[in-house]
Design a protein around this ligand. Structure first.
Ligand code: ADP
Length: 484
């Protein structure tokens, strides 16, 4: 099913459910509400008119004692005949004079609640031409029953205080009456609302699906381009946040794929170049020995030996690096005394330093234990100290220091040697990167710092290098997290 169809369907379902809930709520509301009292008021008004017509003469200007005496009987007969409750009320005192049901006795208080929002229809009001306004409303009996009434003045005197009120119980709601009322007054507006909702849903579905579909189409096009090798292709990061996030993630991913691809190409180029140089020299010198053209065959053989050793070292380092990068090199993590480790490596390096006339200062202050692989960290320290020795000329100084740092420890390898130009600093941890390939008495492989960094990362640590510039020494700072 297409995105648009799904959206339309889901909107339609939401709309249908919403309308259903509204209809149910309305039905419940209508059922709970008292029924429309208007027909009862109107019916009672016509009965009241008859009552007044029949009885007004007997009452005259005020309620006589004689009239009062046979009032209960009259009321009773009239009420039975018309199937209503008939009452005579003194409006001034709000007390009952007589009640056909006999619930209220003479003098009982009765609170009438006039209905202010309803007036009798004109044809009824005309028929009630007795010179007084009818009163309509409801009252509640002590047993909580609600009675509707229509009342008319009974006495014709100045003080119009006596009224006949005809009452009936408020009609109950029946499901049938509710449905009828619903059909008459609510069905139409609801259907119109549903129609408007449906049109809006269709429009929204078209707009949203076009938006989403467009971004998806852009993404799929971009994925195709990247698959074809066009790594520079980017999708525009516009639209709603979710779409922007996907576009951003896609761009970041293709950026990384590009970087990985580039690194792969660089790696192959570097490996072939770095293998080729010693191989060419081996080939050249061996050819010279075979042709008898070498001035000093022993020297040629030594060069061949050195180049072969370098090749061997490079293969070992490359294998190490590949394993480290793939996370395949298992580490024996144990609590380590870094100060002791630094002191031991320093001692070993001191022999070489003395031979080179370089002063090695070991300032291995005790530091908290860290978790680490002793052999691998020794390899890191040997690498850093070895580089310092390699790139520091006679008369220079090298420091190996340990110190406690925030939530871990630091090892610092500092020298007063060749230094590293600012431009090269960010790249020296890359594989094969060498500041000056021809520099140094013993040519390196450019892999040492890459391996060092991988080992440090595998320990959850970090390493950074700084240098004041060419010829002004370098500092390598290694941070390792403290043992928890
Ligand atoms: P290499 O085998 O060439 O020493 P590394 O990966 O160990 O390879 O070092 C990369 C490059 O970083 C070196 O070629 C060198 O240019 C530079 N470098 C590393 N350590 C130092 C240092 N202590 N002083 C100056 N340059 C350094």
């Amino acid at each position: 099913m297409s995105l648009r169809a799904r959206l339309i369907l889901s909107y339609f379902v939401v709309l249908a459910v919403t309308l259903m809930v509204i209809v149910l709520a309305l039905l419940v509301f209508l059922l709970a509400r008292p029924a429309n009292p208007a027909p009862t008021y109107d019916r009672l008004a016509t009965i009241a008119r008859d009552f007044v017509a029949q009885n007004q003469a007997a009452f005259g200007n005020r309620l006589s004692l004689a009239a009062l005496r046979d009032l209960p009987e009259r009321l009773g007969a009239f009420a039975a005949e018309n199937e209503v409750r008939a009452m005579v009320i003194d409006l001034r005192t709000e007390t009952v004079v007589s009640d056909s049901m006999g619930v209220y006795q003479r003098g009982d208080a009765l609170e009438l609640l006039p209905e202010e929002t309803y007036t009798l229809p004109l044809y009824l009001r005309r028929g009630l031409a007795v010179g007084s306004e009818p009163i309509i409303g409801s009252f509640q009996t002590p047993d909580n029953a609600v009675w509707l009434f229509t009342g008319l003045a009974l006495t014709r005197g100045e003080q119009e205080t006596i009224a006949a009120i005809l009452s009936d119980l408020a009609p109950p709601r029946t499901p049938a009456s509710v449905i009828a009322e619903f059909r008459e007054s609510l069905l139409r507006p609801l259907c119109q609302a549903a129609l408007v909702g449906l049109v809006m849903a269709l429009l929204l579905a078209v707009v949203i699906s076009r938006n989403v579909a467009n971004s998806l189409a852009a993404l799929s096009e971009a994925a195709g381009k990247v698959a074809e090798g066009n790594y520079q292709w980017r999708v525009s990061e516009a639209g709603p946040p979710e779409v922007r996030a996907v576009a951003g993630a896609f761009n970041a991913m293709s950026g990384q794929v590009h970087a990985a691809q580039q690194a792969q190409q660089d790696f192959v180029a570097n490996v072939s170049h770095d293998l080729k140089t010693p191989l060419t020299s081996i080939q050249g010198y061996s050819q010279a020995i075979m042709d008898g053209a070498a001035n000093d065959p022993a020297d040629a053989a030594r060069i061949i030996h050195e180049e072969a050793a370098r090749l061997n070292r490079m293969v070992v380092e490359l294998t190490d690096l590949a394993r480290l990068e793939a996370g395949q090199l298992s580490m024996q993590m144990l609590p380590l005394d870094i100060a002791a480790l630094v002191a031991a490596i320093g001692e070993r390096m001191n022999i070489v330093a003395q031979r080179k006339n370089v002063t090695l200062h070991i300032e291995a202050a005790p530091v908290p234990a860290v978790m680490g692989d002793g052999d691998r960290l020794a390899q890191v320290l040997t690498n850093l100290a070895g580089n310092a020795l390699n790139y520091t000329p006679a008369g220079g100084n090298i420091w190996l220091k340990t110190r406690a740092a925030e939530s871990g420890i630091e090892i610092v390898v500092e020298d007063t040697g060749a230094g590293i130009p600012a431009d090269d600093l960010p790249r020296i941890f890359e594989r094969f990167y060498q500041v000056d390939k021809a520099r140094g008495p013993k040519r390196g492989t450019g892999l040492g710092l890459a391996i060092t960094r991988e080992i440090v990362l595998a320990h959850g640590g970090r390493i950074s290098a700084s240098s004041a510039g060419k010829g002004r020494g370098s500092t390598f700072t290694l941070w390792l997290p403290r043992q928890n």
